[in-house]
Design a protein around this ligand. Structure first.
Ligand code: SF4
Length: 369
C-alpha cells in the first residue's frame, strides 16, 4: 500500500530492485559503511551535512579514535570536541552532538534511543539523522531524505514545485517511504543517496548510465536540466573585519567566543566588523575599547585574509597591536574568557578557519617578543 503522502505518479517496485542491484556493484567503500554502530552512523551523518565525503573521511576517523563511544564523547571537555571539529564548519553540529551524548548518559543509561521519535528528541537530531540511524543502524523501514534524495525524486517525479516547499518535501518523503523494500531500508536509503552523489548529480547527470532511467519522468519530459526547482539563491554578503594580534611579554591575547551564536565556544583574535566610513585600524582600536576596555596602539598590518562562511564573504585585516598601558586588565563584554598564551599553545585550541590560517602564518614568520 502506498503511503498517504506518496505522489500519484510513483514508480513501480522495479525501481527499488534496479536501484539495489546497481548499488551492490557501485557502492563506494566508505568507513561508515563498514559499521552498524548507531553512534558511528550518527557521527558520520552529522558530519556529512553540508560537507563533502572526501572532507569528512579523515575527520570521521579521527573523531572515532578520540571519542570511540557515547560515554567518551559525553565525558570530553567541549573545548576538545570543538578542537576535533576544527575546520569542518557549522560548529553547532559538534556542540549538539556533545550535548546529546551527555543527555544519553544522564537520562538514557548511556543507550541511544532505538526509535525515530526517541532520536528526534535529542539535540541536533532532525528527520534526516533520525532516518539515517533508524534505517542504517537498526534497519527499520524509515525513509531518509537528504539533498541527494530530494534531487533524485524531483527528477524521477518531474516535480514542478520547488523542492524546499513543505508539500514537495512531504511528497518526496512519501515516495521514498513507499518504495522501501521491506527489511532493506538501510541499503535502499544508502543506494538512493549514492545515486544522487554519483549518477544523478546536480550538473550533467549521467542519465545514460542511470539504473532507474526507465522510471524517470524528467528524462521522458526532457526537463532534467530544470529539476529540481530550487529557491532563489541567497545573496552573499561582503564583510570587512579587523583583528589584532596583541602581544605582551611574548604572549598573545586571545578570546573565547560566547557560548551561543555563530562559532560559539571557539577561540579567536579580538576585533570586529568595520562601521561605515571607518578604516580597519580605527575599527580595531574601537573594538578593543568597546569589547575589552583596553586602549591599544595599532601597529603594522600583518596580512589580509579572504574567506567565506555560510553566506558571508569576509576580508579580515590583521594588525600587530599592543596595549598602551600594559597593566590594563581586559574586560569580558563580548567573550566568555580571555587568555594570554604562548604562540606554541595556539595549536591545541580550536579556532575558526581564518584565524587558523593566520596562526600558520605567525608560526612560520615568528611572533615578536
Ligand atoms: S535518468 Fe537522469 S535525471 Fe533521471 S534519475 Fe537517472 S540520472 Fe537522474
Amino acid at each position: 500500500m502506498p503511503e498517504k503522502n506518496a505522489p500519484q505518479k510513483l514508480p513501480s517496485k522495479d525501481f527499488s530492485r534496479s536501484l539495489l542491484r546497481w548499488y551492490e556493484e557501485a557502492a563506494r567503500d566508505l568507513p561508515w559503511r563498514r559499521t552498524s554502530d548507531p553512534y558511528a552512523i550518527w557521527a558520520s551523518e552529522i558530519m556529512l551535512q553540508q560537507t563533502q565525503v572526501k572532507t569528512v573521511i579523515p575527520y570521521f576517523l579521527r573523531w572515532l579514535a578520540a571519542f570511540p563511544n557515547i560515554s567518551s564523547l559525553a565525558g570530553a571537555p567541549l573545548d576538545d570536541v570543538l578542537k576535533m571539529w576544527e575546520g569542518l564548519g557549522y560548529y553547532s553540529r559538534a556542540r549538539n552532538m556533545h550535548k546529546a551524548a551527555k543527555e544519553i548518559m544522564d537520562k538514557l543509561d548511556g543507550r541511544m534511543p532505538r526509535t525515530y521519535k526517541g532520536l528526534l528528541e535529542l539535540p541536533g537530531i532532525g528527520a534526516y539523522t533520525a532516518g539515517a540511524v533508524c534505517s542504517i543502524a537498526y534497519n527499520q523501514d524509515v525513509p531518509l531524505v537528504d539533498a541527494n534524495v530530494k534531487r533524485v525524486f524531483a527528477r524521477i517525479l518531474d516535480m514542478e514545485k520547488p523542492v524546499e516547499q513543505t508539500a514537495a518535501a512531504r511528497e518526496i518523503r512519501g515516495a521514498a517511504e513507499s518504495l522501501i523494500p521491506s527489511g532493506k531500508a538501510g541499503l535502499f536509503n544508502q543506494a538512493l543517496m549514492e545515486l544522487g552523489a554519483l549518477v544523478c548529480t546536480p550538473k550533467n547527470p549521467d542519465c545514460a548510465g542511470c539504473p532507474v532511467s526507465l522510471h524517470c519522468l524528467a528524462l521522458k519530459e526532457q526537463t532534467v536540466d530544470s529539476r529540481p526547482v530550487l529557491p532563489p539563491k541567497k545573496k552573499t554578503q561582503a564583510l570587512e573585519v579587523s583583528a589584532g594580534v596583541c602581544v605582551r611579554d611574548g604572549k598573545i591575547l586571545i578570546q573565547k567566543r560566547l557560548p551561543k551564536g555563530l562559532m560559539a565556544g571557539l577561540w579567536e583574535f579580538p576585533g570586529g566588523k568595520l562601521n561605515s566610513g571607518e578604516s580597519p585600524e580605527q575599527a580595531l582600536v574601537r573594538e578593543f575599547a568597546e569589547e575589552l576596555e583596553i586602549d591599544i596602539q595599532c601597529g603594522e598590518k600583518i596580512t589580509v585574509i579572504q574567506h567565506a562562511y555560510t553566506r558571508f564573504r569576509v576580508r579580515l585585516h590583521v594588525f600587530w597591536c599592543s596595549m598602551k598601558e600594559p597593566a590594563q586588565t581586559p574586560a569580558l563584554h563580548a567573550a566568555e574568557e580571555i587568555r594570554w598564551v604562548l604562540p606554541k599553545e595556539l595549536d591545541g585550541l580550536a579556532f575558526p578557519s581564518a584565524d587558523r590560517r593566520l596562526i600558520q602564518m605567525l608560526m612560520k614568520d615568528g611572533v615578536p617578543v
